[in-house]
Design a protein around this ligand. Structure first.
Ligand SMILES: Nc1ncnc2c1ncn2[C@@H]1O[C@H](COP(=O)(O)OP(=O)(O)O)[C@@H](O)[C@H]1O
Ligand SMILES: [Mg+2]
Length: 322
């Protein structure tokens, strides 16, 4: 098997929370609790799970926007999370991110040309202004943006057009790896498919690798190669996308799948989910999903199940996955 393009090993990330003025306790939120993923070149590796399970934190940690509390992150076999900024700079050009909200992710005072030229100037300072211009024009064509957009400001565009511009910005330095954090969930349903198709086409043309983050499992069916299901900062199940839909092993994955037909244009972040996410500041001692699990027995509330192989190609963290 080829070397992973991106790999995390035992990744942990904790957010210290403000201390209550009457308390001596220093509360800590455990956003990632030992995440191991090995993303293969050319795949669309999907991370799914309800809001608050740590998906964005994982994406931002891989991008170097958050500092892990423990563990390791590698890019093409080199450890990147401990690199200094100068050493990391050429790698930043190789790894880019598309954010969920194209209204917040574009600088409102910067026109499209400046938005797209900035990452080249910053990460590839050796490029001449003629090369910068050529790269901007090429990426506008590749992402279905009109050249006439160059002098216009973000507020002049629709949500779908803004997300195209954000995708263009992510691609302008010719990265190999893209973190796409819920790239369609802030968009009108009518244009979600266009943006997904654009991401698919770009992947085919450029051999991109995606870490695709979504709370919506139904998107994964058409987009993903493999899927990691996260819950409270842990991977609960990891398998080929096709296998997850055909033969889910973890009761939490089952719950997510059961929620799909009830969506009606919404998402399973909405009312019908049975039970609530436990408090990530004081997680339960055993399996984090046990309080909501219809299969849970005494052992589940005491011993946390490790992620282990439970069938051909499927890893699951459940005492009863078989
Ligand atoms: N900067 C922060 N400070 C404190 N807590 C945070 C911060 N960012 C995220 N969190 C918490 O970390 C957990 C995971 O958040 P996040 O990664 O955004 O989840 P997701 O993207 O899956 O919705 C949540 O409990 C969230 O409230
Ligand atoms: Mg998120």
């Amino acid at each position: 098997m080829s070397q992973p393009i991106v790999e995390t090993k035992g990744l942990e990330l904790r957010f210290p929370l403000p201390t209550h003025f009457l308390s001596r306790e220093k509360p800590v939120l455990h956003a990632l609790n030992g995440v191991d993923v090995a993303i293969r070149p050319g795949e669309s590796f999907c991370v799914v799970g309800e809001s608050g399970c740590g998906k964005t934190t994982l994406g931002r940690a891989i991008m170097g926007l958050l500092t892990p509390s423990a563990g390791e992150i590698d890019f093409e076999g080199r450890r990147i999370d401990t690199m200094g900024e100068a050493e990391r700079k050429p790698i930043r050009a190789e790894m880019q991110m598309v954010f969920q909200n194209p209204y917040a992710s574009l600088n409102p005072r910067r026109n499209v040309f400046e938005t797209l030229a900035e990452p080249i100037r910053h990460l590839m300072p050796e490029k001449s202004s003629r090369e910068v211009r050529a790269q901007v024009e090429a990426v506008l064509d590749a992402t279905g943006c009109d050249q006439s957009w160059q002098r216009r400001l973000p507020h002049e565009f629709s949500g779908g057009q803004r997300q195209r511009i954000a995708i263009a910005r992510a691609l302008v330095t010719n990265p190999a790896f893209i973190v796409a954090d819920e790239p369609i969930s802030a968009l009108d349903v009518s244009i979600q498919a266009q943006i997904l198709n654009l991401l698919n086409d770009l992947q085919a043309e450029r051999g991109l690798t995606y870490l695709f983050i979504t709370h919506d499992l139904s998107v994964v069916e058409h987009f993903g190669t493999r899927v990691a299901v996260m819950y409270l900062g842990r991977i609960m199940e990891l398998a080929e996308a096709e296998t997850i839909f055909r033969a889910p092993k973890h009761p939490y994955t089952q719950l997510l799948l059961d929620a799909i037909p009830k969506l009606e244009g919404g998402s399973f972040d909405n009312p019908r989910k049975p039970g609530e996410l436990p408090d990530p500041v004081n997680p339960p001692p055993g399996c984090p999903f046990a309080p909501r699990c219809h299969m849970a027995e005494a052992i589940c509330r005491q011993d946390r199940p490790e992620l282990r192989q439970v069938s051909d190609g499927t890893l699951a963290a459940c005492h009863f996955a078989e």
